[in-house]
Every structure is written in structure tokens, then in C-alpha cells.
Design a protein around this ligand. Sequence first.
Ligand SMILES: NC(=O)c1ccc[n+]([C@@H]2O[C@H](COP(=O)([O-])OP(=O)(O)OC[C@H]3O[C@@H](n4cnc5c(N)ncnc54)[C@H](O)[C@@H]3O)[C@@H](O)[C@H]2O)c1
Ligand SMILES: O=C(O)CC[C@@H](O)C(=O)O
Length: 526
Amino acid sequence: MSKVLVSDSIDQAGIDILSQVATVDVKIGLKPAELREIIGEYDALMIRSSTRVTQEIIEAGTQLKIIGRAGVGVDNVDVPAATRRGIVVVNSPEGNTIAAAEHALAMILALSRHIPDANASVKRGAWDRNSFVGAEVYKKTLGIVGLGKIGSHVANVARAMGMKLLAYDPFISTERAEQIGCQLVELDLLFQQADYITLHIPKTPETTHLINAVTLAKMKPTARIVNCARGGIIEESALAAAIKAGKIAGAALDVFESEPLGESELRSLGKEVILTPHLGASTAEAQVNVAIDVAEQIRDVLLGLPARSAVNIPGLGPDVLEELKPYMQLAETLGNLVGQLAGGRVEVLNIRLQGELATNKSQPLVVAALKGLLYQALRERVNYVNASIEAKERGIRVIETRDASIRDYAGTLHLEATGTLGTHSVTGALLGEREIHLTDVDGFPINVPPSKYMVFTLHRDMPGIIGKLGSLLGSFNVNIASMQVGRKIVRGDAVMALSIDDPLPEGILDEIIKVPGIRDAYTVTL
Ligand SMILES: NC(=O)c1ccc[n+]([C@@H]2O[C@H](COP(=O)([O-])OP(=O)(O)OC[C@H]3O[C@@H](n4cnc5c(N)ncnc54)[C@H](O)[C@@H]3O)[C@@H](O)[C@H]2O)c1
Ligand SMILES: O=C(O)CC[C@@H](O)C(=O)O
């Protein structure tokens, strides 16, 4: 059974899912050296934001197949190091969207009405109504930096509160911004006009210290700024100085340049500054969402299935992936099969997507086919993350063609592998949306579900050949589960596909090839 290490606090709903397929160890608060010491035993690691998964940890995780981040940001994971090692990194891009957006909105209102300090003063025994006169957000301008998932939800709620919305996001269209009721503007204009500025962008080299002494100087003296995105987008020393000097009115921060927040001038400021300890995602609902989302992906990857939100393989929405998953399994099976038929080193892989597949995203299918093709060479080392890199390094040329015409099946996938030992091809389709069927081998039509152990022969279609092969296998105690012949013309060349119950014992393939009429034979394990 696989082993999963959970090294940050994760909702039980996630642990329950992982326990269906793995032994789960929950060890919270491990020091880096302790994590490095034990990570080698585990197939999967599930974390939140506290565990730092450095290159050193990744290198020590010799069995690791997947790292699951129960949340959005993967800035605590060395993703390039994981990719190099073929480890899938998954996250939960949407599980805590609402929680983070509501935290930002709560910060805006709390800043406007001095809720934290007013609360603290009443609890101290005071009844001071004069020190906490606030400001309304109604008809005020909110500047949203980053109009993605969280920024858009903030916009929707803020609009309902009667705020005027400006947004800056160089990657979204004016139409999209207008749909959400935002006017897309340049950053400087947003800084100049906003009464409230809320940040919902990732931390990148471009966004690091986006809020600094220079940009703070562009803001209104009454402006308040909220950061529930990532620490480091605001230069904290410049922010503290600007607030002290009255250059802006206040700030609410949930995230910090260094977490946990250590010595900081921000701690010493009054009611104009609100600080929370990275609580954006900390709602019961969000924690259940992200735990389930990530645990399901870890479970899938441990079962050999693709993950829907892998950050280091081509991104696909969950809906698209759900639809493609069975076809990805088809592609992988066909890749594995054609690789074994071709034997030797494959130099060119032709992939034809037919029917409904021709209009689909092909990249995941190509990756799955390559994963299957390379399985014989690389075994468990090849996966959806590194299959393309491995194929490239081996000089495998991939040629992709599409044919939208629909023949016998809604969608078929055809793979042809040319290698040092010749060319072979296989075609497959899905029956009833999930059941894989081989529909063609080397140009001969067949219709068989693939099985774990198979034998294929290329032979002359002539009387007695099936009986002779059956007797030969019987004499070696090989039990045939099913058999089918595919031919183009009567008494011409034909292909036989046999499913057998156990692996073909050594040496029997040579005996099969000696049967008169059989020209070639292949044994395959899928
Ligand atoms: N505080 C928390 O606990 C918490 C919880 C969840 C998410 N987050 C953080 O919130 C942020 C937003 O998350 P999301 O889910 O909305 O992400 P998202 O990817 O849906 O949206 C991010 C948006 O930022 C835009 N963007 C990128 N670079 C930009 C730039 N230089 N200037 C302006 N816009 C830019 C993108 O186009 C995108 O629309 C992330 O940093 C995420 O890590 C924090
Ligand atoms: O509470 C957490 O795990 C952090 C959540 C948040 O920062 C995220 O990136 O999803």
C-alpha cells in the first residue's frame, strides 16, 4: 500500500479520502531535518503553507510521486525541482476563493469602522464612542489589483455595497472587466483615484514590492490598502513609513514578507493598521474544500490516474479533464501497446486523433501516449509531468494529425510507432464512454478489450492455424481467456489477438513463430 505524509494541519475529510488508498501518517510541525529524514518512505506529501518543500526535501523523497498543496499558492514548494524529478505538484485553485475574498472584504469594513480596536477597547472596560468614528464604503472607489477568481468575487460583493470599481489586470480584457462591473484602468490611475486598494495578484518578480515608497506616494492621503494575496507584494517598511507620515490612511494585511511575522514596525501602529496571521483561507468550508480537492488528486495519482489541477503539467479545467480522463487512459494503453509491438528504440510516434477527439485539446493525450510508450523503458519513473521531456531527450519525434470525420466510433486514437525494428500501429476507441477497445492492430480490424497479458500474431489466414496455436499454448499450460482474428481478405494476411491469464512463459514466443503460417508473434503486458 502507498504511504502519504500529511505535514500540515488538513481537514479530516481529506485524510479520509487518502486512507481509501494509502497508509496516512499525520506529522505536523516537523523541522526541515526531520522531514528530510523520513520523506524517503513516502509516495505522497500533503501540505498547506507551513511546510517548505525545498530541493533538498525533494531529492530525499526518492519515492515521491506527488506533492499536494491544500490551497492555491505553491510558493513553499520548489516546483522546478519537483518537475525535474517527475513529481506532480497539485493545488486547489478554487477551494478557498470565497474565503479569501470574504477576508479581504472583512478587512475593508474592519478598517473603515475600526472594528478590532473598538472591540478591544470595550473588552478593556471602556465605552469610547468618539475615537472610532469611521467612514462608509458606499460610493467610495475600490481599486482591485488582479481581477482573477478572488478579485472578481470581491468586485461582485463590493458592487452590491455601492462601491465604484476600478481594476488593474493586464491579462484580462476590457469586456471581462465590464462584465464584473469594473472599469479597467492603468495602475497609476487606480493608485490616484482609489479610496480602498485591494491586492489579488500572485507574487512574481513583477509584483514584488509593487507597493513601495514611490507607488504609496501616488495614493490619496485617505486611501486604505488591503493585502490578502501574498506577502512581499507590499514593501512593509515603506508602508509603515507612509502610514506614520499620514501619506495614506491605513492598511490591513493578512500576509507578510516573512511569516510568521517577526519584529515589525507594523505591530506598533494604531487602529489604522489591522494584521491577521494569514487567515484568508481559514474557514471551515474552505478547509474542507481544499482538503477534499487535493486528497482526491493524490488518490488519483496514486491509482495511476491524472490529476485535475497539476501545476507542472498542462493546465486543464476540471470539466475538460473529467471528459478527457478516459481518453487519456486509452492513449496511455495504446502507447504502451504500440511501444511493445515496435520493440527497440522508437524514433517517430504518429498520433492521429479522429472524430470527436479531433476537436479536443490534444496535448494531454499526446503526453499520455508518450507516458505509455516510455513505460517499458522507464517504468514508474515516467509520468504525466516528465513524459514529454523524456521523449524529447530520447529523440522521439511526435507527429500529430487530426481527422474530424466520424467512422464506427465517436472518437478513435491511432498510434503508429516507427523504430529501429520497424513500424507498428494500433487504434483504439471507448465503448460506453469508458471501456477501452482495440479496434485495429497493424491495419487489421479487430474489436477486443485489452487485457493484462496478450499475445499478437501476424499469420496467414488458413485452416488449422488457430487449433495449432491453441494446442501449443495448452501444452505449456497457458490458458487462453479470449481470442480474435482480424483480416482484410479471406485467406490473406491476418492478425490474432489472444488474451491469456498469466504471462507467457519464457521461450514460448519462439515456438509460436515456428508454427507453419505464423510469420511473427509478440507478447505484451499492459
Ligand atoms: N490570504 C490567503 O490565505 C489566500 C488564500 C487564497 C489565495 N491567496 C492569494 O490570492 C491571490 C489571488 O488568487 P486568485 O485565486 O484570485 O488567483 P487568480 O490566478 O485567479 O487571479 C490572479 C489575477 O492576477 C492577475 N495578475 C497577474 N499578474 C499581475 C500583475 N502584474 N498585475 C496585475 N494583475 C496581475 C492575473 O491576470 C489574474 O487575473 C494569489 O496570490 C493567491 O496566492 C491568498
Ligand atoms: O491557509 C493556508 O493554507 C494558506 C492559504 C492561501 O495562502 C493559499 O495560497 O491557498
